[in-house]
Design a protein around this ligand. Structure first.
Ligand code: 4GM
Length: 236
């Protein structure tokens, strides 16, 4: 799989190959991670990539031309059909189902904005999906791109090493994960739940499933409602 990130701060992605399982996938060429700096594409005689907003107000807006030319350059050397994703708080909120679908793609072009965002016409002409990673504002889209890249790479076949892991993820069935414990058995009077020491694998499985459901119901009632609806559908 190939990621092409359009960013004013390509250096932010330099160390990616050093980070854990997702980095190893890049290191082993299972994933190609490229960066493109719109500054290199600015046709402006000062190399400007931003300008003042029409209508006034604070901050700057990323200009159409350098971004359009950068995206055209990515597409010219790869796939004309690659999806272009733009990260902004106005986008559709990212979830695991979207990540699973994105992991099926051969290539993603990720546009990381800065300042107040990009000229709206660039979004209309080039962006296939405007995506938000949550209801908060970042100083740039780069960390949103990191989030998506990480979540997608770990689903690629062979990346986690343990194929079961991805299947057992929280959300893979619409529920939060159960609690986990490792040695020692006692910490400050707190013991590991007895069932986990029992060696009774059916009981352990049941207990974990109960924990997943009770935690989801308590912490994320809206997710739990979704889960119940999807179960009802399966049973019909
Ligand atoms: C658009 C407009 C994404 C993008 C202004 C990007 C939050 C998210 C940016 C901007 C971002 C998000 C860059 N902030 N919630 N900042 O996914 O500053």
């Amino acid at each position: 799989m190939r990621f092409d990130v359009v960013t004013l701060f390509p250096n932010m992605f330099d160390d990616f190959p050093e980070w854990g399982v997702t980095g190893r996938a890049v290191e082993c060429d299972q994933v190609q991670l490229n960066t493109w700096n719109p500054r290199d594409f600015s046709a402006d005689r000062f190399g400007r990539v931003d300008d003042r907003p029409y209508g006034g107000g604070p901050g700057m807006v990323m200009r159409y031309q350098p971004l359009a030319d950068a995206i055209d350059a990515v597409k010219a050397e790869s796939s004309k059909t690659a999806k272009v994703i733009y990260f902004s708080p106005q986008g559709r909120c990212l979830n695991q189902l979207m990540i699973e679908q994105l992991a099926q793609e051969d290539q993603l072009i990720l546009l990381a904005g800065r300042y107040e965002g990009v000229d709206e016409r660039l979004i209309e002409d080039y962006v296939d999906e405007e995506v938000s990673i949550g209801d908060y504002v970042l100083s740039g889209g780069e960390f949103a791109a990191f989030v998506m890249i990480d979540a997608v790479i770990r689903l690629l076949p062979g990346v986690l090493g343990n194929e079961e892991s991805a299947q057992q993820d929280s959300f893979s069935d619409g529920l939060l994960d159960c609690p986990h414990y490792t040695r020692p058995e006692h910490i400050n009077q707190k013991a590991v739940p007895e069932v986990l020491l029992s060696g009774h694998h059916d009981n352990i499985k049941r207990w974990r499933f109960q924990q997943m459901k009770s935690r989801t119901k308590a912490r994320r009632p809206e997710l739990f409602e979704q889960y119940l609806l999807s179960q009802a559908e399966i049973n019909n």
